[in-house]
Design a protein around this ligand. Structure first.
Ligand code: G4P
Length: 533
């Protein structure tokens, strides 16, 4: 047992994901309310306040009314120390969202009961699946007319390829919403609006053993329907199996209404019991256990200009083992230096606070003078190892970028390189050309606007973007291959990333297969890793 085991074991670090508008912000606020981190959810005016405090850093965000950045909140609840990694709500910022998932031990997926699985949820899910991240599903807005419950579960199973296990079951929806049936405790939690915005509101609990009481409580028709559904469910639904949940193969499903604060605390309590304390992480010297005494962490996100007064960057890191103490020296492995992390900070509810200590599972943001890259490892000075790299997610849109004023070449290169280092865009060079013309790849097209905007505002460089037709990018896994001899299809383009790794761009997905066929031995991958060099 390490010296910090008890502190580490009480930590729970999860990402909260959803399609925009499903209710992620509202649910997060209610969590904070239970944790006492804010007084009354009602007194915080929705997302405006919550998001302002943490991400009021870019005009484009205000202009478009979307959240570009993601934030981390920490709060205490029932002896647990909880870190919530919020993810950008707009689908165009999904690469950052993907990376945020790498820092979490589990994910809470919020689904709008009237919409089911939506595009963004599907994408994020793929990433959770890749890492076997456990997923907990909260089907929200049951106070509005929702889809048939079985259909909702079917939808999750089919669309996301994961088994579902409802922990509770809704009784009606919309105006007819009467609450949920707890399948384990075999009682009903009655829905009421009265607890809106407070944490004191008591939920009325009615056991269903006595069917007469059940009928009196929810009415004849609803009782019949519920009994029928319970029967069906007990026969058809997957059994609850914690191991399967933790392996990311089974998602426990909860129903509720974040806005009216119904089912939120119940969800939180179940979730905290089901999810794990900080998990061990893989490195090049083997698995690193979280409760060893030596500190280690990796950088998963870099954010520019959070504070407009200074042109600073914040590197967010997940602590993977031991304890962080603001006065200690750490080794930045990729940078080859021993240093002290400056201005370590943590976001507590809506405030940024300077922290003095943190433990495995926690997320800290430190001032970055431009030395950190996504995926970098920090450890004790006497150690030297690297955490498994964070994959580079395949961009789906590409454009050739040129500077308008060629005199500003230096600023241009500096700007695009720095923005790429933060991970908002990926930059490539066409084979055999320099940096005058570069190809930028992004996960969502809005990032092109962000790039243009930031180059103008921060680097005083105007650019012209010429969209390219490519949509599929592949990293070449077997690097010894002779790129010049590679024979592809007519729609294929050979490029290199800044580290010199060869890549291929394709317009059509079938060209990928064709190229593989024409070049025996060639191995292609949809993901690059930060470790490639
Ligand atoms: P997001 O972070 O996932 O994008 O969603 P957010 O919580 O901002 O919620 C989106 C809208 O849905 C908000 O309304 C919010 O009040 C509403 N909402 C969230 N949970 C529930 C629920 O359980 N039931 C109902 N009926 N509505 C819910 P808005 O009018 O767009 O924003 P606001 O002005 O209320 O902030």
């Amino acid at each position: 047992m390490g010296s910090y085991t008890s502190e580490i074991n009480r930590r729970r670090t999860f990402a909260i994901i959803s399609h925009p508008d499903a209710g992620k912000t509202t649910l997060t606020e209610k969590f904070l309310l239970y944790g006492g981190a804010i007084n009354l959810a009602g007194s915080v005016k929705g997302k405006a306040t919550a998001r302002h405090a943490v991400s009021d850093w870019m005009e484009i965000e205000k202009q478009r009314g979307i959240s570009v950045t993601s934030s981390v909140l920490q709060f205490e609840y029932d002896g647990f120390c909880i870190n919530i990694l919020d993810t950008p709500g707009h689908q165009d910022f999904s690469e950052d969202t993907y990376r945020t998932l790498m820092a979490a031990d589990s994910a809470v997926m919020v689904i709008d009961g009237s919409k089911g699985v939506e595009a963004q949820t599907r994408k994020l899910f793929k990433v959770c699946g890749m890492r076997g991240i456990p997923i907990f599903t909260f089907i929200n807005k049951m106070d509005r007319d929702a889809n048939d419950t079985f259909d909702l579960l079917d939808d999750i199973e089919k669309e996301l390829g994961i088994a579902t296990c409802p922990i509770n079951w809704p009784i009606g929806s919309g105006k007819a919403f009467q609450g949920v049936y707890d399948r384990e405790k075999k009682h009903i939690m009655k829905f009421s609006h009265t607890e809106k915005g407070t944490k004191e509101g008591e939920v009325e609990i009615v056991p269903v053993e006595d069917q007469d009481v059940l009928r009196q409580t929810i009415g004849e028709a609803a009782a019949e329907k519920l009994l029928e559904e319970i029967d069906l469910l007990d026969g058809a639904a997957a059994e609850f199996d914690l191991e399967q949940v933790r392996a990311g193969k089974l998602t426990p499903v909860f129903f509720g209404s974040a806005l009216t604060n119904f089912g939120v605390e119940d969800f939180l309590q179940h979730f905290l019991q089901m999810t794990t304390p900080p998990l061990p992480r893989k490195s090049d010297v083997g698995v690193i256990e979280p409760d060893r005494d030596e500190f280690s962490a990796f950088v998963f996100k870099i954010q520019a200009n959070m504070n407009k007064a200074h042109r600073d960057r914040i590197a967010f890191m997940r602590i993977c083992s031991g304890k962080f103490d603001a006065s200690m020296e750490v080794r930045h492995v990729q940078g080859g230096k021993v240093l002290r992390l400056s201005q370590p900070q943590q976001l507590m509810a809506n405030d940024r606070t300077i922290l003095t200590e943190a433990y495995a599972g926690d997320i800290i943001g430190v001032f970055d003078p431009g030395i950190f890259s996504i995926g970098d490892t920090l450890c004790m000075p006497k150690e030297e190892f690297r955490y498994e790299g964070i994959p580079t997610f395949a961009p789906e849109h590409f454009a050739r970028v040129r500077q308008i004023d060629t005199m500003k070449h230096k600023q241009f290169v500096k700007g695009v390189s720095q923005i790429a280092q933060e991970g908002a865009i990926q930059i490539f060079q066409e084979s055999n050309t320099g940096m005058e013309k570069i190809i930028v790849g992004v996960v969502g097209v809005l990032q092109f606007d962000v790039l243009k905007f930031r180059l103008e505002k921060e680097y005083n460089v105007e650019i012209r973007l010429e969209p390219l037709p490519y949509e599929h990018i592949r990293w070449i896994v077997n690097r010894d291959i002779d790129l010049d001899k590679l024979t592809g299809t007519s729609d294929m383009k050979k490029i290199r990333d800044l580290k010199g790794n060869p890549l291929l761009l394709f317009v059509n997905p079938w060209s990928v297969g064709m190229t593989l066929e024409r070049n025996p031995g060639l191995e292609l991958s949809e993901f690059g890793t930060a470790e490639m060099s």
